[in-house]
Design a protein around this ligand. Structure first.
Ligand SMILES: Cc1cc2nc3c(=O)[nH]c(=O)nc-3n(C[C@H](O)[C@H](O)[C@H](O)COP(=O)(O)OP(=O)(O)OC[C@H]3O[C@@H](n4cnc5c(N)ncnc54)[C@H](O)[C@@H]3O)c2cc1C
Length: 409
């Protein structure tokens, strides 16, 4: 039987581990934290997961929260106008064809770890260093590193400069889980402002049903404000000030809210990066990167967990197709290549969201307000970013499409 070692018990690693376990593979997951430590720990993500990734979880029978989670049924886009205006200059909503949902990764990861072990899977507990990987590589037919973002495996999986346009974080991120009495949309609200973005969405968290409210500020701008936050109460004050200043139409969300708990906030600044995914160890053995370890996007476009789930499916298909053959360098490049064939569009879409919106994108958002077809197409980029390429990356084609769609309306 083929033995697969997966370093990292996150959205990517666990979905792959559970999928391979179901197909009879002997899988060992190496986790930094126990299920309880994850569940009781600080907020780690905001994870709006769209239909294709949810379908993967449903196929594996690991969608335990469908009856409890408040679905994300639609998206509302609002863009701020001139300074001082109290209403958005662009405002439209669009129902998703299929509901999305946000289940706290602390809930998902801890439940999936428990399931994986209950089904006979092995979890070892260790914060793996690059130097530890050789000992794993000799004991397994294939070692996959799905240890999330960050610099810990920089030397093993160097940055691919050609595919990584940014070398610094593009947003200062502050997110909190809150309970609000304010009437809320059954979906995701996405606000665009002069200094960054704000979003709100329903989440099933370790604290039950709450709302996640996040701010993505341009570095050095008045929305880059999270450096010295002492506690969640101060976070709430800052968040309310940001809403009143830049998104006043939604200030009620925090005026009528309380924090969901002392650990329900997170801060960060993430450099989007695509890495060379095949790492060579001192012994000459190879390991393969997956999920955020291979490709990290800024969370502004909500693509990371979705692409992690896609990676798990895509890598599993490659592993099954390999049968009894060696997991050699060619296998690794091809497995990543199949994943990247889709993920490159998520990265392109996401990286474009980080740049100042060009004329044709602003025109698209404005047209979406009057032309439902455009709103539908734009909203569904979040669940299928493949549609970005050939559309919004091409200003002339997008303007032509807007004219045609307007005539059709
Ligand atoms: C603020 C924020 C908001 C987000 N919002 C969204 C969203 O709305 N939609 C979306 O799709 N994505 C979102 N994401 C991104 C998403 O959370 C990640 O892309 C996704 O979790 C990546 O999955 P992963 O399994 O690759 O990595 P992770 O989920 O980070 O999992 C990696 C795991 O490896 C473990 N680990 C790390 N190092 C080691 C080590 N050395 N040894 C052993 N174990 C280790 C970690 O503890 C962790 O359990 C958001 C992220 C952030 C930070």
């Amino acid at each position: 039987m083929r033995r697969i070692g997966i370093i990292g018990a996150g959205q990517a690693g666990l979905v792959l581990a559970l999928g391979l376990q179901k197909r009879g593979y002997e899988v060992t997951v190496v986790a930094e934290k126990t299920a309880d430590e994850v569940r009781q720990g600080r907020l780690i993500s905001n994870q709006c997961v769209f239909h294709p990734a949810l379908q993967r979880e449903r196929e594996l029978g690991i969608n335990f929260w469908d009856d409890e989670v408040q679905p994300v049924e639609e998206v509302a886009f609002k863009a701020a106008g001139a300074p001082g205006t109290t209403e958005p200059v662009i405002s439209w909503g669009q129902k998703f064809d299929h509901q999305a949902q946000s289940v706290d990764q602390r809930v998902k990861v801890s439940d999936w770890m428990t399931l994986f072990e209950a089904q006979g899977g092995e979890i070892r507990y260790q914060k793996v260093t690059p130097a530890d990987l050789d000992s794993y590589a000799v004991s397994f037919d294939l070692v996959i590193v799905a240890a999330g973002r960050g610099p810990q495996f920089d030397a093993l999986f160097p940055r691919n400069a050609e595919l990584s346009p940014y070398s610094e974080p593009q947003r200062a991120i502050g997110i909190a889980y809150v309970r609000t009495k304010h009437p809320m949309l059954p979906g995701l609200t996405f606000n665009l402002g002069p200094f960054g973005e704000n979003f709100v969405l329903p989440v099933l968290s370790v604290q039950g049903n709450v709302h996640g409210i996040g701010f993505f500020g341009l570095p050095g701008s008045p929305m880059d404000v999270w450096q010295d936050v002492k506690d969640i109460d101060q976070h709430m004050e800052i968040g309310l000030r940001l809403l009143r200043s830049y998104f006043p139409w939604d200030a009620g969300i925090l005026e009528e809210a309380e924090p969901a708990g002392p650990l329900e906030a997170l801060y960060g600044a993430i450099t989007p990066i695509v890495r060379h995914p095949v790492g060579k160890l001192p012994s000459g053995k190879l390991v393969l990167a997956m999920g955020d370890t291979a490709v990290t996007n800024d969370p502004v476009g909500g693509q990371g967990a979705n692409m992690a789930a896609h990676a798990a499916r895509s890598y599993q298909e490659a592993i099954l197709a390999q049968g009894d053959k060696e997991f050699d360098e060619q296998f690794m490049h091809e497995a990543f290549g199949k994943y990247w064939a889709v993920a490159q569009h998520a990265t392109a879409f996401n990286n474009a969201l980080l740049a100042p919106p060009p004329e044709h994108v602003l025109a698209t958002l404005a047209t979406a307000q009057r032309v439902p077809e455009v709103a539908h197409r734009f909203a569904h980029l979040f669940e299928n970013p493949v549609g970005y390429t050939g559309w919004l990356d091409n200003p002339a084609a997008s303007m032509k499409y807007l004219a045609e769609a307007t005539v059709r309306t």
